[in-house]
Structure formats: structure tokens, C-alpha cells
Design a protein around this ligand. Structure first.
Ligand code: MG
Length: 258
């Protein structure tokens, strides 16, 4: 099931996206699916008539995982870490489908990173690998934008990966997905730059959620970005980056400089 967050007139709503590509409709659901379950209303819209928003604004955190694809670690001259390398992105870094990525003025080297993202569905802590499915709400596409220059100069990655709009998410959350082997692709102005597969991840989704939950209590709506495959590069103002993940869809954002 595809759960989207969107606006038609004013207030954000949640809905279920269904239908053939190009003819999708959104059925409004009542309340917040993270806390009230998924209950359909009689209200429907054509997908093209709504404006999609980030499918979730995490109440507490976005957790990033660095260097989870060996080829990507190598392309930047890094070793593969001995255990999952975690960092945090604030919820103010989240942007929605189509929203501009605002390149920060402290950096001349903003890189795109196409990533599968896990959206947590219930409060949890110390989750065993075999019970991870019970705490996952679903999956979405994300772009873990990174200021490479600030990443090199700052000991902590807070600024390099946490600036406003550094975490576009969307276009919706797919609640039923086998994540063992999914194509993860990234396109810069339509040109294929990243062409990976989740089967290349050093730590898979279940291991990551379990590992992360040993450090942090996870809350409904928290997001884990699972790392990017090889092929990263810089994005300039006026360019657009699309993240496409098999079984989910495509997230597209233009970059601007203010
Ligand atoms: Mg990343």
C-alpha cells in the first residue's frame, strides 16, 4: 500500500495512492496513519490534482548510515566501517517531492546520494533482527545531500548533512516491500549516475534497524537512511536529481541557490 501526505486546499492530509501509472488516485484516510491506523474515507482525488508533501516529518530524528555500500566507500577513498556508521539529520532537513534543494552558502560541493529509507511505525528499543518487520511502517526514497567540503573540514557531520533541505523524502511510503534486492538509481538531469541494488548493502535493512535501536529509542515516523550506492557526484543550482527505487517510485528535486 502506498501512503502519501499531500495538500489539496490547505491542511495536509494522508491518503492511499492506487491505480495504473499515470492514472493514480488518492483516497483520503482519516487521521494520522502512524497513530490511528489506516481508515479510508469516501473522498478521492486524482494524483495530478494534489501536491505531494514529504510523506513524514519525523517528530524526533532521521538517522543516516554512512558507507554501507563498499564501492561507494572506495570511490571516496574510505575504508568500509567495522560496524554501521551512524549520523543524525534534524527533522528541519526534510523536504518533500518537487521541493527545491536549497544549496547552502557555506558549501561549493553539495553531493547527491540516492538511498532507500526505512520509516518506523511504532515505539521500539533493542529490536531483535527477526522482529524488525513488526516495527517498520514502510519504505520511501531519500536523497542524503552532503556538503563534501564541510564533511572534510568538520569533525562532526551535523552541518555537512543536516542543513535545511538536505533530506528530501518521498514520493510516498510503500508499506509492503521486500527490500532484499531492489534497484536504487539516481539521475542528474535525467542522466543515470547511480545504479545500485540493495543486495550490495553491507548491512541489510533488518540488521540496520536492529543495530540502530540498540543506541536509540525509535519513535513512529523516525526515518533511517540506509546508505548510498556508488556514483555520487555534485549537484549545481539549476540541476535536478531524481532518486528511483524499485517497488516505491521516483523522488525528484531541483537544486537552487538563494
Ligand atoms: Mg548517505
Amino acid at each position: 500500500m502506498r501512503i502519501a501526505r499531500f495538500v489539496v486546499d490547505s491542511d495536509p492530509l494522508y491518503g492511499i495512492v492506487e491505480g495504473a501509472p499515470g492514472e493514480e488516485e488518492v483516497t483520503v484516510i482519516s487521521g494520522d496513519p502512524f497513530f490511528g491506523g489506516i481508515e479510508r474515507t469516501a473522498v478521492r482525488h486524482k494524483l495530478e490534482d494534489v501536491r505531494l508533501l514529504a510523506p513524514i516529518i519525523p517528530r524526533s530524528k532521521v538517522i543516516g548510515i554512512g558507507r554501507n555500500y563498499a564501492e561507494h566507500a572506495r570511490e571516496l577513498g574510505n575504508e568500509v566501517p567495522q560496524s554501521p556508521l551512524m549520523f543524525l539529520k534534524p527533522n528541519t532537513s526534510v523536504a518533500g517531492p518537487g521541493d527545491p534543494i536549497v544549496l547552502p552558502d557555506f558549501s561549493d560541493e553539495i553531493s547527491y546520494e540516492a538511498e532507500l529509507c526505512v520509516v518506523i511505525g511504532r515505539i521500539c528499543k533493542d529490536v531483535p533482527v527477526e522482529r524488525v518487520d513488526e516495527v517498520v511502517f514502510g519504505y520511501t526514497c531519500g536523497n542524503d545531500l552532503t556538503a563534501r567540503d564541510a564533511q572534510r573540514t568538520d569533525n562532526q557531520w551535523a552541518r555537512a548533512k543536516g542543513f535545511d533541505t538536505a533530506a528530501p523524502l518521498g514520493p510516498w511510503i510503500e508499506t509492503q516491500l521486500d527490500t532484499e534486492s531492489l534497484a536504487v538509481k539516481g539521475y542528474l538531469d535525467g542522466e543515470l549516475k547511480q545504479d545500485g541494488n540493495t543486495d550490495q548493502m553491507i548491512w541489510g535493512v533488518k540488521e540496520l534497524v536492529s543495530y540502530v535501536s540498540r543506541a536509540f529509542t525509535l519513535l513512529p515516523g523516525d526515518v533511517i537512511m540506509t546508505g548510498t550506492p556508488a556514483g555520487v557526484g555534485l549537484i549545481e543550482a539549476g540541476q535536478r536529481y531524481d532518486v528511483e527505487i524499485e517497488g516505491i517510485g521516483r523522488l525528484s528535486n531541483p537544486a537552487v541557490r538563494r
